[in-house]
Design a protein around this ligand. Sequence first.
Ligand SMILES: NC(=O)c1ccc[n+]([C@@H]2O[C@H](COP(=O)([O-])OP(=O)(O)OC[C@H]3O[C@@H](n4cnc5c(N)ncnc54)[C@H](OP(=O)(O)O)[C@@H]3O)[C@@H](O)[C@H]2O)c1
Length: 269
Amino acid sequence: MDKKIGFIGAGNMSSTIIGGLIKNFKGMNNLIYVTNRSKEKAERLCNEVNINFCNSNVDLAKTCDVIFLGIKPDMYGVVLKEIAPYVTDDKLIISLAAGVTTNNVEGYFKRPMKIIRIMPNIAVTVGEGMIALTANKNVAEEEIDLATNLLSSIGKVDKIEEYMIDAVTTISGCSPAFIALFVEALADGSVLQGMPRDKAYIYAAQTLIGTGKMMLEKEIHPGALKDIVSSPGGVTIEGVYALEKRGFRSILMEAVEACERKIKLLNSK
Ligand SMILES: NC(=O)c1ccc[n+]([C@@H]2O[C@H](COP(=O)([O-])OP(=O)(O)OC[C@H]3O[C@@H](n4cnc5c(N)ncnc54)[C@H](OP(=O)(O)O)[C@@H]3O)[C@@H](O)[C@H]2O)c1
């Protein structure tokens, strides 16, 4: 690996990706460059993890082969107009912003450019993120492999068609909030039965992790897993019945529908 990796913006998401890269690729810190609007923030990060400080977005754009846009969507216009004249078309731009399409990004360059768009979720902070990745037609397979390899250091990467990005935003971006509600409620139920709260959270969250791993690693269908745990006339099926009586599944489906509605509304503005 000899590519120079740049981050414009030294905020939460850039710091998380940088942390994953350094942890997973030996010597990677020498290849990482960072710039930020407030220079002290970038300098602080550089000192903390021993990476290279860049004095300006333009310097970074000239220096790096891969450029992560770790800035908020409202800064895209300013930053991309600033760097566009200096970014050669062999460079790979990786955009993180919700609601900004690969076409939007390429539009600032006014010429064909290699653009990858990713949608990471909050679990990247513990290296267990779900990261959707989509690329425009100028990006070669080996560049997608490069981005996938880099991002695998913070979670599972899945290549999708760009039209799926709104659905992805809900199922992996928003759903940690739904899942947190689920864990909290499950723990509340156990507290109601007399279990200490701190233990209830641990049991509920660990059970969530284990259940997810069974589905992913053993490829057990969720319905089959429910069937395995629910013995005939047993305890679990009583709970499943109670959930179904209150429309557990349709409530979740409605939550997904509500998020998608809101995303479409925001995209149309
Ligand atoms: N956080 C998440 O969970 C998450 C999930 C999915 C996608 N994303 C996307 O990731 C991107 C970054 O989000 P974030 O949470 O990391 O935001 P953040 O913590 O607010 O970081 C944004 C950084 O951009 C810097 N910045 C602003 N204008 C700049 C400029 N002109 N030149 C250089 N740097 C500039 C800011 O510097 P200052 O310190 O000077 O303000 C700040 O450090 C966003 O597009 C967001 O939509 C985030």
